[in-house]
Design a protein around this ligand. Structure first.
Ligand code: 13P
Ligand code: SF4
Length: 311
């Protein structure tokens, strides 16, 4: 903590003074989840950002999420505790390369996962999240050719589930890519009957062993409804904070990486945000998301289509 400052008290004082809303993703550290006004998955958080009447959105998540909030609520001040909170999926899809790919496939529309830059959103037709992808796909004619970017695992899962043949951009989430099938099988053998709840950013070899596949909010809902005394969770482990709070008598175990524990699956980008940095961001109203207005309006089209089609 900062010398002489009670960080929690200061955050609470500043949020009132600034008329700020604190939005947090489930992958944030427990203290941040607990102080947030709202914790949710990517779709929930973008809806909240679009609806809020606060003057300031303090976004505790990664940069593409805070950018999404700015695109949908341009008149608000959007702060992100650490501007370096990126995402490996966003990094895997540079806008110039994506544009080349699109230009090479002019008969395809681009369905793009929200985990990408504003520039890639501007080059896309429809944005999806894990919780909205299936519903959105079901509204697109079967003969429409589709590019799905940037997550090849979510895209592959959706292709298998809906029977569509989509052209996949080869991006991955480094966090979900790190789960080990061998270690997961060992863990399952140790806890027979424990359901495996997995995020669709996991590779197919992990999803093959899952009893439930869905976004963070759907994994959480499934966990809360469990009748099992042990549950295995194959997504970023900070989400287990919500599960442990809701069901203290159940044992939640993070799916392991190659080293046999779940610490390698902590998202290093999400972890850049801390209570101290949240306090400083609320105090200084910096770091702040700024965006070129033409880019914002272009990116907003594909996001608005998601919000319409997902509703
Ligand atoms: P959801 O919360 O939409 O499931 O997304 C997970 C994720 O990896 C966000 O970066
Ligand atoms: Fe990106 Fe993966 Fe971290 Fe989510 S968990 S922000 S997809 S690197």
């Amino acid at each position: 903590s900062l010398a002489g400052v009670d960080i929690k008290d200061e955050i609470n004082r500043l949020r009132t003074e600034r008329n700020a809303v604190i939005l947090a993703h489930y992958y944030q550290e427990p203290e941040i989840q607990d102080i947030a006004d709202f914790v949710g998955d990517s779709l929930d958080l973008s809806r909240k950002a679009a609806e809020t009447d606060a003057d300031v959105i303090a976004f505790c998540g990664v940069r593409f999420m805070a950018e999404t909030a700015k695109i949908l609520s341009p008149e608000k001040i959007v702060i992100l505790p650490d501007m370096n909170a990126g995402c490996s999926l966003e990094d895997s899809c540079p806008p110039d390369k994506f544009k080349e790919f699109r230009d090479a496939h002019p008969d395809h529309i681009a369905l793009t996962y929200i985990n990408c830059s504003a520039a890639v959103k501007a080059l896309s037709d429809i944005i999806v999240t894990s919780s909205s992808a299936e519903k959105i796909l079901s509204q697109i004619p079967m003969d429409q050719k589709i590019i799905f970017a940037p997550d090849k695992h979510l895209g592959g899962y959706m292709a298998r589930k809906t029977g569509r043949d989509m052209l996949l951009w080869p991006g991955v989430c480094i966090v979900h890519e790190a789960f080990s099938e061998t270690e997961l099988l060992k863990l399952k053998a140790k806890h027979p009957g424990a359901p495996v709840l997995a995020h669709p950013e996991c590779p197919a070899a992990i999803l093959d062993h899952a009893d439930h596949i869905g976004s963070t909010s759907s994994i959480l809902a499934e966990a809360k409804a469990t009748e099992s005394d042990t549950v295995i969770v194959a997504t970023e482990p900070h989400i287990m904070h919500q599960m442990e709070k809701a069901l203290p008598e159940v044992t939640f175990i993070g799916a392991p990486g190659a080293d046999g524990n779940c610490n390698c699956n902590i998202c290093p980008y999400m972890a850049l945000n801390t209570m101290e940095k949240l306090y400083i961001a609320l105090r200084d109203l910096q770091p702040r998301i700024e965006m070129d207005e033409d880019l914002r309006l272009e990116a907003k089209k594909s996001l608005d289509r998601m919000l319409e089609m997902a509703s």
